[in-house]
Design a protein around this ligand. Structure first.
Ligand SMILES: *Cc1c(COP(=O)(O)O)cnc(C)c1O
Length: 354
């Protein structure tokens, strides 16, 4: 059965007449703008931000399209990729009726966004080595399962999901498969965006918050079919990405070389940190990472977590998460920060009886 997008979309979204913004309505080359009730005299910052931003972020999309060998009409830009997660749920899932499927342990926002929208969450846990378990997933899917969220490389486990397993699942599912590639740049593997031409139900999420180093700007990306992107644009708030963020991202996109350097430095530091942590008795296991963090199983996660806090070093305690018992998630920092962490773990190991 061929994938049918239209019938998958909630009826009220299909028939929705989107808000028509002043800047969205007029596409021409005007001389004087008296259409949006802006302050024509400017602000304390001059005349940089007194106008509403481009609702469709054309400047960013043109650059991203070229870099990813894709059409601008297949790109959605959000206020963080968290916005795209929320919009996908709202476009495809009827509150109180439909559900999404996730594969724990994974990123927490899928479940939170579903909860906010009164959408049930089916959970098909990953295997012990944090891969998809196709039979478990198939067993959980029902006729109201509209979106499957996969995360590759996965947060908090750090590993890539096997590409063939993602593709097989997407080919055989009648709903949307959203693959969150927030950490893809650290994996050295190609993005699934190259599969968009074959898979009409695939959505690939990326973000400027991680490898691009721009978490403070709040800019995320969804790559998908033109039709899916059109629905995302229809439902989003008209000016969801600020002018400041658009200008900054457009400028950052000019310097991919610098980003590539920080990615290489991060991977180098990841290996160094892994080697150093392996030397401690209180470290029981370090999971393989394709991301900018390590999932580390220790003898007593709560204890080590609070010791590190007393040293004013914050890591993420994931021990309450399924399959992550006694695990800390440690982001790779600068060489100095990592060295400081290693020193602290060394003192912890020496001064306490575990
Ligand atoms: C950090 C992260 C994001 C980023 O979300 P933004 O809203 O773009 O900052 C998305 N997905 C995963 C899995 C993450 O770890």
């Amino acid at each position: 059965m061929a994938f049918e997008l239209y019938s998958l979309v909630r009826k009220n979204i299909r028939s929705l007449i989107p808000y028509s913004s002043a800047r969205g309505e007029y596409g021409g080359d005007a001389r004087i703008f008296l259409d949006a009730n802006e302050n024509a005299f400017g602000s304390p910052l001059g005349n940089l931000y007194n106008r509403y931003p481009d609702p469709l972020q054309t400047g960013i999309k043109d650059r991203l399209a070229e870099a990813n060998n894709i059409m601008p009409s297949q790109i959605f830009i959000g206020n963080g990729s968290d916005e795209a997660i929320d919009l996908l749920i709202r476009i495809f899932c009827r509150p109180g009726i439909d559900n999404i499927l996730i594969c724990p342990p994974t990123y927490g926002m899928y479940e939170v966004a579903a909860g906010i929208n009164n959408i049930a969450v089916k959970k098909a846990n990953l295997t012990a080595d944090f891969q998809l378990h196709p039979e478990t997933i198939t067993g959980h899917i029902d006729e109201n399962t509209k979106v499957i969220f996969l995360c590759s490389p996965n947060n908090p486990t750090g590993n890539l999901l096997k590409r063939e397993a993602i593709l097989a699942l997407t080919e055989n599912f009648q709903g949307i498969v959203a693959v969150d590639e927030a950490y893809i740049q650290y994996s050295g593997k190609p993005s699934l965006t190259e599969k968009l031409k074959d898979l009409q139900n695939l959505v690939v999420l990326q973000t400027f918050s991680k490898a691009w180093g721009l978490a403070g700007l709040r800019v995320g990306v969804a790559f998908a079919s033109e039709e899916i992107v059109a629905f995302l644009n229809k439902v989003k708030p008209p000016y969801n990405v600020s002018e400041f963020a658009q200008l900054a991202v457009a400028e950052a996109l000019q310097n991919k070389e610098m980003v590539q350097k920080t990615i290489e430095l991060t991977i180098f530091e990841r290996k160094k940190l892994e080697t150093a942590l392996k030397g401690f008795r209180c470290v029981r296991k370090i999971y393989p990472s394709d991301a900018n963090f390590l999932l580390v199983k220790v003898t007593n996660a709560a204890d080590m977590y609070s010791y590190l806090l007393s040293e004013r070093i914050v890591v993420r305690n994931r021990s309450n998460v399924v399959l992550c018992e006694e695990c800390l998630r440690i982001t790779i920092g600068t060489p100095e920060e990592n060295q400081d962490l290693i020193r602290a773990v060394g003192i912890y190991e020496k001064s306490f009886i575990h």
